[in-house]
Design a protein around this ligand. Sequence first.
Ligand code: HEM
Length: 227
Amino acid sequence: MSWVVSVFRSAIVKKAVMAVTGVALFGFVLGHMLGNLKIYLGSEDFNHYAEWLREMGSPALPHGSALWIARAGLLAAVLLHMLSAWQVTRLSHASRPLHYRKLGTQAATYASRTMRWGGVIIALFVVYHLAHLTFGWSWAHPNFVAGDPYQNLVAGFSVWWVAALYMVAQLALGLHLYHGVWSLFQSLGWNHPRFNEWRKGLARVFAIIVTVGNLSFPLAVLSGVVR
Ligand code: HEM
């Protein structure tokens, strides 16, 4: 039994958990951004899409249950991703010799610091985002109308500082995705000078697609393209 415990304590397993949950979360942010593009088709299409999310799986499954299963999976992935990130950070601090800390800024420390702070910003953003556009709590969205996500989005982003807050969070998410996809390949062992340029290019393309798409929503409302 002790080998099971030691396997789970190893940094490799923690990194694998971070990579697998990272892929699932990446799939979610990409899918969420692509779904939100429906905002450009108008309120009927967008609200219909939001309603479809609740109808997914029916009639085989009761109304809304597939969405709840997806939510549970998403929550589990977020919690495991944060837990393994915290554990990997603790392990790397514990194993770093003292003289190493004086070496100044290195590429690896820069990336890991960006990942840690980026992760904290994204977690805070998601809490605010749920209060704002999903639960519509009055402190976050005073004009929230249940069942009208299009109107909630337009009214929400019409407040300039809310739009600015979203945009800052999307930039943090973009950097996180860039470093995340890059180090995901590293964890999978695809670290060879021949692949490295290719890895960097792929990480950049993924991050740019999600970031540009997400930035476009608040910008479209602020500029009056979506109203
Ligand atoms: C500008 C970018 C974004 C826009 C316009 C946006 C828009 C929305 C809207 C309108 C909803 C409510 C959907 C509904 O009730 O039917 C929603 C839900 C949600 N969003 Fe976003 N979102 C954005 C970025 C993000 C990001 C970056 C994340 C995660 C990192 C995220 C995570 C979520 C989650 C977890 C939900 C709740 C889904 C559910 O349980 O029903 N969103 N978003």
